[in-house]
Design a protein around this ligand. Structure first.
Ligand code: ATP
Ligand code: MG
Length: 243
């Protein structure tokens, strides 16, 4: 299998100007690469910049300085629309709070990303969404509204929605944060399996040492500085990390 570099960050910073005109330096020179097939975990305390970094990886935001190439293309060369299209076809997001559309069935939620697809994927959207719901074990709940589903089931719908366009890159921001330990483990195992089956890269932000231990590589973000942790990281070493 050819390993593709999906995202490459070199000296990336992200700063925002606060209402009092102070500049807040959220990310301070991050070097990071994501390759197809990577399963990477990023840990770090609340407020250290994890979501900010994930938003950059997923083309939701652009660096303040430094270089970010997405599939070899410098991000500053992509106009807003091109960036949004590339994001839609290449990146799948999973969030802590599931972010499902309320008042729409599980199936309709999973169909939503396919409304922006072209050709076969668009015309076969219902079938593709049903297949994906089946993959996460929820084919029988296709017509159910999110508020009638348990947290774990809602997160499985969200995973189906994130993966239905077969993204090359899956970005999960504390995907188990709102679930009990056992459900969280099942959800993570599912994410891991589907990512492996589709040869996508998976980057997971987590406070959970067990989740971090599942990944092949682990990084720690500390006050906007990203550091690689040794392979073979165990639960003991990561205990106490986080808010
Ligand atoms: N657009 C913004 N304007 C002002 N401050 C921001 C903005 N985005 C992020 N921040 C601040 O930057 C810091 C990092 O935010 P970020 O959401 O990346 O943290 P995090 O590591 O994901 O935290 P958590 O674990 O609590 O989710 C926080 O102090 C946050 O308040
Ligand atoms: Mg966050």
């Amino acid at each position: 299998m050819i390993v593709e570099t999906l995202v490459n960050l070199r000296g990336v910073t992200r700063s925002v100007v606060l209402p009092d005109d102070q500049e807040l330096h959220i990310l301070r020179g991050v070097d990071f690469e994501v390759h197809s097939g990577d399963h990477t975990a990023i840990i770090g305390r609340s407020g250290c910049g994890k979501s900010t970094l994930l938003n950059l990886l997923g083309l939701l935001d652009v660096p303040t300085s430094g270089e970010l190439d997405f599939q070899g293309v410098p991000v500053q060369q992509l106009r807003g629309n091109a960036r949004a299209r590339l994001r839609g076809s290449t990146v799948g997001f999973v969030f802590q709070q599931f972010n499902l559309l309320q008042g729409r069935s599980a199936l309709d939620n999973v169909i939503t990303p396919l409304l922006y697809a072209k050709g076969r994927d668009f015309w076969r959207r219902r079938e593709l969404a049903m297949d994906m719901l089946d993959r996460v074990g929820l084919a029988g709940r296709a017509r159910t509204m999110p508020n009638m589903l348990s947290g774990g089931e809602q997160q499985r719908v969200a995973i189906a929605r994130a993966l239905v366009r077969r993204p090359r890159l899956i970005l999960a921001d504390e995907p188990t944060g709102a679930l009990d330990v056992e459900t969280g483990q099942a959800v993570m195992a599912l994410l891991d399996t589907v990512a492996t089956e589709t040869a996508a890269a998976l980057v997971t932000i987590t406070h959970d040492a067990n989740v971090a231990a599942l990944a092949c590589a682990c990084y720690r973000l500390d006050a906007g500085v990203l550091t690689g942790l040794n392979a073979g990281l165990n639960a003991h070493e990561t205990a106490g990390v986080g808010a």
